[in-house]
Design a protein around this ligand. Structure first.
Ligand SMILES: N[C@@H](CCC(=O)N[C@@H](CS)C(=O)NCC(=O)O)C(=O)O
Length: 397
């Protein structure tokens, strides 16, 4: 698989949530890449031996280095291709980008998975996506047949119960997702991206669930386009569509419109747009209590199981609430790794910057607790989709 072209290989699939985070990033950064479909052979001969897990997306660099995990991929590529940076240079905006990346990756995944796997009308379309890959040599109409026994399919379908998707919660998941769509649409009425006029890491993270599942899949795709067309347009724009007049005509020639200076870049003054408040409030109300309880539970688990090095992906169940509904969901260990990046970022700031962040977080329940969470008892480092124990002294993120 080593390649002598200066082109990255992107092992990914259109239907894959996390592939949807990296594809628009590669396009925005103008990074040359070719897509490699994770065929049975690619999984067996490249992914398992080189990544250690059958997971997408994966990047293979022109120098034949394998990078897996979307957060790590963006971090790696930002170093290799720093301009234009998608990491806001100012503390409040960078913190919001980190927070909303975690919200998109680990929380918007809930409606994304619910709508994909619980709506019978999606079935043929979804079956065809996987059928094309595992039944490569069959005629197209046969590729979508008898897919119920496909192992990868069962894995994803079964995983929704761990995400708290069950008969008690589905109506509330749909209600809060539709509220989210309205909130985000209101934001997009004022700004093209989350932090103004330039995409940050969280914009790409939003494209994971919003493009791969909630835009492409038939049932939620119809919903998004009908109820929140600005969100659908955002997803299209992020994936390269040009939707508004882009050129003026000068002397008979189409000339790209110039962008006024106040419509470029992240908002000045480290400003967080007021229209993001409902999205952040949703994260702090719904997801943050789960994250804070995860810290407690994983800390206890690591204390009780000192010999366990690689943590299970789910270590049990805990209570969670969505609106008025109380239910249970799996205690995932991976988000601890993402949360570590947030607490480490907060700790790295100067006291004055921390105070500014504190003042900003005053309005959000659990805001201070989250950025100051004590993760000393649950230090982890990432290996494939799982995380491994790290003693605090050697902790590196
Ligand atoms: N946190 C990982 C998640 C990647 C992931 O869950 N990918 C899905 C497809 S969208 C997958 O291949 N999952 C296989 C698995 O979870 O075992 C990332 O950011 O890359």
């Amino acid at each position: 698989m080593a390649t002598d072209k200066k082109v990255y290989q992107f092992i990914a699939q259109e239907a894959s949530l996390f592939s949807g985070k990296i594809r628009p990033y590669l396009q925005y950064k103008n990074i040359p890449y070719e897509t490699v479909i994770p065929s049975v052979q690619v999984r067996q001969e490249i992914m398992i031996p080189r990544v250690g897990w059958s997971v997408i997306p994966v990047i293979i660099t022109p120098g034949d280095r394998v990078v897996q995990d979307t957060t790590s991929i963006i971090e790696y590529l930002e170093q290799e291709h720093p301009h234009p940076s998608v990491v806001p240079p100012t503390p409040r905006q960078n913190l919001v980008s980190l927070l909303l990346e975690l919200f998109a990756d680990e929380w918007l995944m809930i409606p994304a998975m619910h709508y994909r796997w619980n709506k019978a009308e999606n079935k043929k379309y979804i079956d065809l996506q996987s059928g094309r890959i595992i039944k490569e040599h069959f005629p197209p109409l046969e590729q979508m047949e008898n897919m119920d026994d496909f192992k990868g399919y069962r894995f994803f379908k079964n995983s929704i119960q761990y995400m708290g998707v069950n008969k008690d919660t589905t109506a509330e998941i749909e209600r809060t997702y539709q509220e989210f769509l309205q909130d985000f649409q209101q934001h997009l009425n004022s700004y093209p991206y989350l932090l103004g006029y330039r995409p940050c890491v969280a914009d790409f993270a939003f494209c994971g669930p919003l493009y791969a599942h909630l835009y492409r899949d038939p049932v939620p795709g119809y919903l998004m386009k009908c109820q929140a067309p600005l969100v659908a347009s955002y997803v299209e724009r992020m994936n390269g569509a040009v939707l508004s007049p882009s050129h003026d005509v000068v002397d008979g020639k189409a000339v790209k419109k110039s962008v006024p200076p106040d419509k470029q870049g992240f908002l000045p003054g480290d400003e967080i747009p007021a229209t993001l408040e409902p999205l952040l409030r949703r994260m702090f109300t719904e997801q943050v209590p789960v994250l804070l309880d995860t810290v407690k539970k994983v800390t206890q688990y690591m204390k009780d199981n000192p010999k366990v090095d690689v943590l299970p992906r789910v270590i049990g169940f805990h209570d969670f609430r969505l609106g008025d509904i109380a239910s249970q969901r799996g205690i995932y260990t991976y988000p601890i790794w993402m949360l570590q990046r947030i607490t480490a970022y907060y700790s790295s700031l100067l006291p004055g910057q921390q105070q500014m962040i504190d003042r900003f977080l005053d309005r959000y329940p659990g805001g201070h607790e989250l950025v100051k969470a004590d993760l000393s008892g649950c230090r982890v480092e990432r290996m494939d989709v799982r995380v491994r124990r790290v003693e605090s002294a050697q902790a590196k993120l």
